[in-house]
Design a protein around this ligand. Structure first.
Ligand code: AMP
Length: 397
C-alpha cells in the first residue's frame, strides 16, 4: 500500500507511541461479551511493543458526558490483558501528570491503556489545546480505529497533525480491502444494498450507481423501489413518500450505465415474527394484508447467477428480516454463494455496516469473505463516497 503511512514507515524503538484503538466493546454483567474489536487490535499492539515502542492506547467508550465509572475503560482491562497475554497498565486519565509518570516508569515494550478520551469534551470538539495535551505524552501517533475514522475528533484526527502519524495494521487491512472494493476494483462490480429503509441509505445509493455495474436492492428498501415501479406491496415496510426519490435513483443509474436489480418474487407473511406461516409469491401478487419479509427463491437464484459474472462484490444490508427464520433464506443463500467464489479466488467480496456483520455471521461466512468490516458508520460513509477525516490525515503527502 503506498497511499498511507504505515508501521513499515515508522521507527518505533524507544518511542512513546500513542495508538488510537476501538475498545468500544459490548459489555454484559460488567464483562466484555464480544472480543472481536479487541482481537483485531492485537497485531498492532504486539508489533509496536516487539519493536521496542512504549504502547499508549487511546480509546473512547460509550457516550459519557464527563467522567463516570459506567464508561470507564478500566472494565476492559481484564479482557484486553487476557487477549494480549501481556500485562496492561491502566492510567486514570488520558492527559496530564499521571500519564507522564506512568510513561517514565514504563519500559520499552510495555503497554498502557489510558482512560476514556471522551471524559474530556475536547476530544469530540477536536480542541487544539486538548490535542496538545494528548500529544505531549507521545512521540508518534498510530491510528488503528477505522470505525472511528469518520469523526474528526482530537484522538482520531487532530493528533495526526501534531505528531508523525501512521495507520496501524488493522486500519491498513481495512483500507486495502475497501480500496479493492470500490476505489480500484476488478470489474464488473456488484453492490448489494439491503436493510430496512431507503431513507437511511440515500447518499449511499446515489454514490454506488456512479461506481458499480450492477446494484442489487434487497430488504425493506426494495419495497419502495417496487412501489415506485407501480407494484402493490400490501402491508410491507415501504416509504411511500420516497417513491419519487427511488425513481430518481433509477434514472441516475440508467444514465451511469448501472443496472438496478429488484426482487421478482418474495416470501410474504401476515405477521412479523419467526415461522409465522408464509407463502412464496411473485412480487405482483402480494395480498393487501401481507408483508414482504424476504426475497424469494427465484430472486436469490438470479443474484447467485449474476455473482458468477462479477469480480467484485460490496455488500451492505440483508435481503430480508434475517433475524426471523425463514426470512434469512435469501441472505444466507447469496452469502454462501459469494463465500464459495471468494474461496475459489474468483471474487473479492467486502461486506460491512450495521446489521450486515450479524447477517454474515448468521450465514456462517464472516471468515470466508475477503473482508467483513465491523465499522458501522465509517463503512457506510465510505460507501457513500465521503472522505473520512481520520483516514485522510494518514495519507502520504
Ligand atoms: P439496516 O440496519 O438498514 O441494514 O437494516 C437491517 C434490518 O432490516 C434488519 O433488522 C432486518 O430485519 C430488516 N429488514 C430487512 N428486510 C426487511 C423487510 N422486507 N421487512 C422488514 N424489515 C426488513
Amino acid at each position: 500500500m503506498t497511499a498511507f503511512r504505515t508501521l513499515d514507515d515508522a521507527d518505533l524503538a524507544g518511542k512513546r507511541v500513542l495508538v488510537r484503538v476501538d475498545l468500544n466493546v459490548p459489555m454484559e454483567d460488567g464483562k466484555v461479551s464480544d472480543t472481536t474489536r479487541i482481537d483485531r487490535i492485537l497485531p498492532t499492539i504486539r508489533e509496536i511493543a516487539d519493536k521496542g515502542g512504549k504502547v499508549v492506547l487511546l480509546a473512547h467508550f460509550g457516550r459519557p458526558k464527563g467522567r463516570d465509572d459506567k464508561n470507564s475503560l478500566r472494565q476492559v482491562v481484564p479482557a484486553l490483558t487476557q487477549a494480549l497475554g501481556r500485562p496492561v497498565t491502566f492510567v486514570e486519565d488520558c492527559i496530564g501528570d499521571d500519564v507522564a509518570k506512568a510513561l517514565t516508569a514504563a519500559k520499552n515494550g510495555d503497554v498502557l491503556l489510558l482512560e476514556n478520551t471522551r471524559f474530556h469534551a475536547g476530544d469530540e470538539k477536536n480542541d487544539p489545546d486538548f490535542v496538545k495535551a494528548l500529544a505531549t505524552n507521545g512521540d508518534l501517533y498510530v491510528n488503528d480505529a477505522f470505525s472511528a475514522a469518520h469523526r474528526a475528533h482530537a484522538s482520531t484526527e487532530g493528533l495526526a497533525h501534531d505528531l508523525p502519524a501512521y495507520a496501524g495494521r488493522t486500519m491498513q487491512a481495512e483500507l486495502e480491502a475497501l480500496s479493492a472494493g470500490l476505489d480500484n476494483p476488478a470489474r464488473p462490480v456488484m453492490a448489494i444494498v439491503g436493510g430496512a429503509k431507503v431513507s437511511t441509505k440515500l447518499e449511499l445509493l446515489g454514490n454506488l450507481v456512479k461506481k458499480v455495474d450492477v446494484l442489487v436492492i434487497g430488504g425493506g428498501m426494495a419495497n419502495t423501489f417496487l412501489a415506485a415501479r407501480g407494484v402493490d406491496v400490501g402491508k410491507s415496510l415501504c416509504e411511500h413518500d420516497l417513491v419519487v426519490t427511488a425513481r430518481e435513483i433509477e434514472e441516475k443509474a440508467k444514465a451511469a450505465g448501472c443496472e438496478i436489480v429488484l426482487p421478482v418474487d418474495a416470501l410474504v407473511a401476515r405477521e412479523f415474527k419467526a415461522h409465522p406461516g408464509h407463502r412464496v409469491v411473485t412480487v405482483g401478487e402480494v395480498a393487501a394484508d401481507e408483508m414482504i419479509l424476504d426475497a424469494g427463491p427465484l430472486s436469490a437464484a438470479d443474484v447467485v447467477l449474476r455473482l458468477d459474472k462479477v469480480k467484485t462484490l460490496v455488500w451492505n444490508g440483508p435481503f430480508g428480516a434475517f433475524e426471523l427464520p425463514p426470512f434469512d433464506t435469501a441472505t444466507v443463500a447469496v452469502a454462501k454463494a459469494a463465500a464459495k467464489r471468494v474461496k475459489a479466488g474468483q471474487l473479492v467480496a467486502v461486506a460491512g455496516g450495521g446489521d450486515t456483520v450479524a447477517a454474515m455471521n448468521h450465514a456462517g461466512v464472516a471468515d470466508d469473505l475477503s473482508y467483513v468490516s465491523t465499522a458501522g458508520g465509517a463503512f457506510l460513509e465510505w460507501m457513500e463516497g465521503k472522505a473520512l477525516p481520520g483516514v485522510e490525515a494518514l495519507r502520504k503527502a
